[in-house]
Each structure stands twice: as C-alpha cells, then as structure tokens.
Design a protein around this ligand. Structure first.
Ligand SMILES: O=C(O)CCC(=O)C(=O)O
Length: 207
C-alpha cells in the first residue's frame, strides 16, 4: 500500500515487504510516541471494553483480551461464531479512520479494538477473511502502548515473518494477504505493560 497524500503521517518512514500473495507495509512511527500514548490512555478509559466468550470444542471460554467493535450502523460483524453490533464511533477513532481513508485512498468504516492487559493476553492464528470484508480486504492496524511481536505465516508455501509492532506503528495488510496468510499476536509473558490495537476495516454497505 502506498500513500496517496502528502500528510505528515505519510512522510514517516515506511517499510514495504515483497511477499508472495500479499501486500504488506509498516509505518513504524506513524504516530509520534507521545500522541500514541495519550490516545491509548483516552481510549482505555473512555470505551466500554468487553471480554467476550467463545465456544471451543464445546467449551465456553473467555477470550484473552478485551474488545470493542465500532463503526457505521450497518457494520455488524461475526467473529469466532459471535455476532457483534457496532458501538457508535468515538470521535478520535473516527478521525483516525478518516485519516487512513485519505492516506491510503481506501475507505474504512469499522474497526475492531483489542486491549491486551499484558503479554499473557494474545490472539491465535487466524485471517481476517470473513465474507463481509470481501475477497481482498485492506486491514490497517494501529498499535498503541507496549511493543509486541506479530507473526505471519503463509498457508501453504512455508513463508513466515515476524514483526515488532511498537507504540504508534501502523501495519497495512492488503492484496491477497487474508486469503493466503494467517497472523497472530503470540503470548510474551515478559511484557508487563498494556497494548491497544485498532484494526480498521471496510464492510460494503447494503444496496
Ligand atoms: O493485536 C493485533 O495486532 C492483532 C489483531 C488482529 O489480528 C485482529 O484484530 O484480527
């Protein structure tokens, strides 16, 4: 993904990865650290975080993080068998969605926010390949707070990639990434600080 504007965020250094079946870019300093930390503090206290339960092999378990699903009214979303209706936009999050839409020349109308209290909280291997996102979704993932490892693996050809997603970094996954690759946020028990992640997405509005 390349920048479509001349904004300060676009001028921040970007790394574009040459990978089979994926477009992947990282802006390590998309937000300055002080701005990212201030945003993390506000969203942590101002949103109604929920720890959802899912059923795995017939057992109901709490997912190891807190979440908020937010966006335009039509953006209901199914994740691990659970359907979420969107929360109303928080103005700061809506501003970020508009900024990303402008920067990437691609619309974003919903976002999954994940709050990991520390390194024991995590997310397992998956792809953001729900049908409502379309065949080639663009996922813009903003990280706030503790730096965490982020792993990607190709579904068939053995390629693997590890990234460090630090405070204020932006990762953009596009092209066929969600069809051919899976990603996860592994446990890192030594990380004691919290991390907040926002994955912006687009769901086509009903006709
Ligand atoms: O916290 C992260 O960076 C991963 C989030 C994620 O994979 C997702 O929301 O689908």
């Amino acid at each position: 993904m390349t920048c479509q504007t001349n904004s300060d965020n676009c001028k921040a250094d970007a790394r574009h990865f040459l990978l089979p079946n994926a477009e992947l870019s990282v802006w390590p300093n998309w937000l300055p650290a002080h701005q990212a930390s201030a945003l993390q503090a506000r969203l942590t206290t101002e949103l109604s975080w929920r720890q959802e339960q899912i059923r795995i092999y017939g057992k109901v378990v709490k997912i190891p993080r807190r979440q908020v699903w937010m966006g335009d009214a039509h953006c209901s979303y199914q994740y691990s068998g659970v359907r979420f209706a969107p929360e109303l936009w928080h103005p700061l999050v809506q501003q970020l969605a508009a900024k990303l839409t402008d920067m990437l020349g691609h619309p974003f109308n919903c976002v999954l926010l994940n709050l990991y209290a520390n390194g024991t909280e995590h997310m397992g291997w998956h792809a953001d390949d729900e049908p409502e996102l379309g065949r080639t979704p663009v996922i813009a993932s903003l990280s706030l707070g503790a730096s965490r490892r982020f792993d990607l693996k190709h579904r068939t050809d053995g390629h693997q990639l590890q990234l460090a997603l630090a405070n204020g970094s932006l990762l953009v996954m596009g092209g066929d990434c969600q069809q051919y690759w899976q990603h996860r946020l592994p446990k890192q028990s030594r990380v004691s600080a919290a991390r907040l992640n926002l994955t912006f997405r687009y769901i086509v509005p009903p006709a």
